[in-house]
Design a protein around this ligand. Structure first.
Ligand SMILES: Cc1ncc(COP(=O)(O)O)c(C=O)c1O
Length: 435
């Protein structure tokens, strides 16, 4: 907070397409899609109209013990994401809760079908599933969650694959080691494991770390073979981020639980949804006295305004995907990253898939290093503001997550502003010898 208070503040007042405008009228491209949520840009007239129209009906009613029209309609829309295979929808109000619900449903399911020993969770190294205790426990305990370690339940981890591609070109890849580790874990633990949770194709908060195409397919097969639920956390990857509505659809995978949030409402309102199958749903049916109730309810779960915007967003997004616009934007993003950074003296690695990307910076002299307290990525992100860009760092890296509707000129602006900022900041940083 001291650092935040000491640095120039930014007070945003308005949004216009992919741009944010501060109180003094300065314009910034939203290179972070307002924490990975924005789909059609800010202040979109169609989404605004859907929101206003719902506002004239009702702003909020609870889903506890009743239902409302637009929640039902959206649940029907969402069931089409899996061709009706996951036709049951549980609403919440953010991504962490969408995951929390999937975990709890899985745990309770195994109790309800008489296999209470199946309680464990398997996840991948580097995983980030949210900031509640359940999701922190399923996530990688290092980094963001380390301080809370004493309060977390344990989960088994297998190593993420080493895979990196940009503009469709694979720079390195080895998924076999990772899958072998997973199989060993399943062989030993399946009878005590409820579920495996994974961010498919790209682990965002780990630094846009990638898995090769087909990896999630292989994970699904192992889950089926060892009778362990598969939870796909698509809070980050769904709604166009990787070029399709979901990675599940793109890769032909049907999980037991599909977690959605962020882009679900195109970045307008907080909302989460956990989709699941009829088979799981059926296990929760019974007389009250049987005690099958799923006790999980949030005050604003399935808020009608969020549902209305989510429906309007999906309606706009489908034609965008089928027009090929997202494929072209992703290709341009990859091409621009590669041509700008592949031979840059301060770039150790770079990667991109869909509308996600990252550059890992390093000292020009590879025999030396920067200390973490130098905050290289953070300094680049602050300098980028002077070049009309809001962007998020992660350690010595910069993460590219633009709004899905970003236009070609805006992609060029995004990459150019990072390049200008990096060239300004990185050569001035003190280096240490490698210890
Ligand atoms: C993959 C993934 N899962 C879950 C979450 C948590 O979502 P929320 O911040 O809405 O709770 C995030 C947030 O970044 C995420 O990237």
């Amino acid at each position: 907070m001291k650092e935040y208070a000491d640095n120039p503040r930014i007070h945003l007042a308005r949004g216009e397409g992919c741009w944010l405008i501060d109180t003094s009228g300065r314009r910034y491209l939203d290179g972070n899609a307002s924490v990975w949520t924005n789909v059609h840009g800010h202040n979109d007239s169609d989404l605004n109209a859907a929101l206003k129209s719902q506002l004239d009906q009702v702003a909020h009613v609870t889903l506890l013990g009743m239902n409302h029209v637009v929640a039902t309609e959206l649940a029907e829309d969402l069931s089409t994401l899996t061709g009706g295979k996951l036709a049951r929808c549980f609403y919440t109000d953010n991504g962490s809760n969408a995951v929390e619900v999937a975990l709890k449903l899985s745990f309770q399911y195994w109790q309800l079908v008489g296999r209470p020993a199946k309680r464990g969770v398997i996840a991948m190294s580097g995983a980030y599933h949210g900031d509640t205790f359940g999701t922190m426990s399923a996530g990688d305990h290092r980094g963001f969650h380390q301080r809370f370690e004493p309060w977390l339940f344990s989960s088994h981890k297998f190593s993420a694959p080493t895979h990196s591609e940009c503009a469709g070109r694979i720079q390195q890849s080895d998924a076999k080691v990772s899958l072998r580790e997973l199989e060993t874990l399943l062989k030993a633990q399946a009878s005590e494991t409820a579920c495996l949770i994974i961010e498919p194709r790209v682990q965002g908060a780990a630094g846009m770390m990638q898995q090769p195409k087909g990896f999630i397919n292989a994970v699904e097969k192992l889950c089926r073979q060892y009778d362990v639920h598969l939870i796909l956390d698509e809070v980050f990857t769904a709604f166009g981020r990787l070029g399709a509505l979901t990675v599940a659809e793109q890769e032909g995978v049907t999980p037991d639980f599909l977690c959605l949030a962020k882009g679900l409402t195109a970045g307008y309102l907080p909302m989460g949804a956990t989709l699941t199958s009829e088979k799981i749903y059926q296990a929760f049916e019974g007389d009250f006295s049987e005690g099958r109730t799923f006790f999980h309810g949030h005050t604003f779960s399935g808020n009608p305004l969020g549902c209305a915007v989510a429906r309007a967003s999906l309606k706009k997004l489908r034609p965008m995907i089928s027009s090929g616009q997202l494929t072209e934007s992703a290709a341009l993003l990859g091409k621009e990253i590669e041509s700008t950074f592949s031979t840059h003296t301060h770039v150790a690695r770079y990667r991109q898939v869909g509308l996600t990307g990252a550059i890992d910076f390093c000292p020009a002299n590879r025999e030396r290093r920067w200390t973490a307290s130098l905050r290289a990525g953070y300094k680049v992100s602050l300098a980028a503001r002077r070049h009309g860009l809001i962007i998020r760092p992660l350690g010595d890296s910069i993460l590219f997550v633009p709004p899905i509707a970003i236009k070609p000129d805006e992609i060029r602006h995004l990459i150019k502003a990072v390049r200008l900022a990096a060239d300004e900041v990185l050569p001035t940083l003190q280096t240490d010898t490698l210890s």
